[in-house]
Design a binder for this molecule. Structure first.
Ligand SMILES: NC(=O)c1ccc[n+]([C@@H]2O[C@H](COP(=O)([O-])OP(=O)(O)OC[C@H]3O[C@@H](n4cnc5c(N)ncnc54)[C@H](OP(=O)(O)O)[C@@H]3O)[C@@H](O)[C@H]2O)c1
Length: 418
């Protein structure tokens, strides 16, 4: 990539004015276009750095979005590379903790003055658990702010940009916006649509079976696939399972290992809320593995069975850990998770009964299938148990992304466009 030398005649318009404001030399239209192109390339290069930093909060920042920030100096007269020198880096790692911009400003210190900030999400403009980041950038003397994603949070939504511009800071928005949006799909979807992003995970045989007729299902897939599932769990604010799975498997649904994270880091991750959909109120017992972890639980039962299950929860001494909720439908459950528990990403890990309901009701955004090289035969339980009588009623999934995980295939479908 060619560098921008703001001092060299004909290489850029930014510093080409003499002290009285008149042009020191003439810049042709094509030279200006080359300058713009170089600026765009540099913007994308440094935004990519900020996106990498954002990923550091992937498992820990929820319910907040992940955000990365780099501060870059471009002034050769001050000893910096005209191609840009990074003077501060920051990631948002924890809800309630400093935002990415604050970390980057602290790292840069006085070198932040006159720099360009590359931020993957519009800087916040409100007092939440931390003060507004746009004010911190203004106070530090940042000259230009380049933003990837717009923040639809009504408390920000354009206000961050307005505040920066009102203070005389140049703002460029939308640089690598699609890449930044992809890091925060659940957050953006929940804030703008009210529903969290739902990922349904299914482990099945090559002939589409998820359990034997007896209920036995451990294990269809291999160890590599099962440890990959831990990463899905670590990304979820809530994990939904069903009573059939609780009764058959007594799962823990815990996160025990995630590539790149130490045991200490895993222990500090915010635990996912566990939701058991138990329409008939048959699966709560005090000795369940689900009760042994740090997670809070929602136990969802039909209104007729509320009192019975609440009594069992109270008698087990689990009132502080388990909230018994009325079953008002799966869509309403998702709305409640977003509204009452700040959940942005949901993982459904259930048997064919509940999984099929989520699929039939069109509530699944991402379907992740781990397919084992194994045939279980016609009496084993199918992954999808809905009655479909004609091809025109088939649920079409679109093109998959396929990866090999150990001996199994991981086949991922995106069902919604958000
Ligand atoms: N291979 C895999 O990936 C995998 C994963 C998990 C579990 N499994 C296996 O799957 C088997 C259990 O499957 P399962 O189908 O019996 O149970 P399940 O899917 O785990 O749970 C079914 C529960 O969901 C409720 N439910 C279903 N649709 C609903 C809706 N629309 N609204 C409200 N509640 C709804 C059911 O109520 P009703 O009883 O009233 O219908 C029941 O309480 C076990 O053998 C387990 O080992 C396999």
């Amino acid at each position: 990539m060619t560098s921008i030398d703001p001092k060299a005649p004909g290489k850029g318009a930014a510093t080409d004015l003499s002290a009285d404001g008149s042009a020191a030399f003439s810049v042709t239209e094509s030279e200006r276009q080359v300058g713009d192109l170089q600026k765009q390339e540099l913007d994308e290069k440094f935004m990519r750095e900020a996106l990498k930093l954002a990923e550091a909060g992937r498992f820990s920042a929820r319910p907040n979005p992940v955000v990365g920030c780099v501060l870059v100096q471009f002034d050769p007269a001050a000893g910096y590379s005209p191609k840009g020198t990074i003077v501060g880096r920051g990631s948002h790692l924890k809800a309630g903790g400093p935002h990415a911009e604050v970390h980057a400003l602290a790292a840069a210190g006085s070198r932040a003055r006159g720099s360009t900030a590359y931020v993957t999400l519009e800087p916040c403009a409100h007092f939440g658990r931390t003060p507004p980041c746009c004010d911190a950038l203004i106070r530090a003397g940042v000259k230009r702010v380049v933003i990837a994603s717009h923040d639809p949070n009504p408390q920000v939504s354009g206000e961050g940009v307005r505040r920066l511009e009102a203070a005389g800071v140049e703002v460029t928005s939308g640089v690598l916006a699609a890449d930044a949006d992809a890091l925060n799909t659940g957050f953006l979807r929940t804030i703008s649509g009210g529903l969290p992003l739902v990922t349904l995970k299914v482990a099945m045989s090559l002939d589409g079976r998820v359990a034997m007729q007896s209920g036995e299902s451990q294990w269809i897939t291999g160890e590599a696939a099962r440890s990959d599932v831990q990463t899905l769990r670590a990304s979820a604010g809530a994990i939904i399972t069903g009573s059939g799975t609780v009764l058959a498997d007594d799962p823990r649904l815990s996160v025990r290992a995630v590539e790149g994270l130490s045991a200490e880091q895993i222990a500090e991750l915010p635990p996912a809320l566990i939701v058991v959909v138990d329409r008939r109120g048959t699966s709560f017992t005090p000795d369940l593995n689900l009760l042994k972890g740090r997670s809070k639980l929602w136990w969802v039962v039909a209104p007729d069975h509320l009192a019975k299950v609440q009594l069992a929860v109270d008698e087990a001494g689990c009132t502080g850990q388990v909230t018994v909720m009325p079953d008002l439908g799966l869509c309403e459950l998702l709305v409640a998770l977003a509204k009452r528990a700040d959940v942005r990403d949901v993982l459904v890990e259930a048997g064919s009964g509940l999984s099929s309901s989520f699929l039939s009701e069109g509530l699944v955004d991402q379907l992740v299938i781990y397919q084992a090289p194994m045939l279980l035969g016609a009496s084993a339980r199918p992954c999808f148990n809905a009655e479909i009588s004609s091809l025109s009623e088939a649920i079409c999934l679109g093109s998959p992304k396929v990866e090999q995980v150990g001996a199994d295939l991981k086949i991922s479908y995106t069902l919604s466009t958000s």
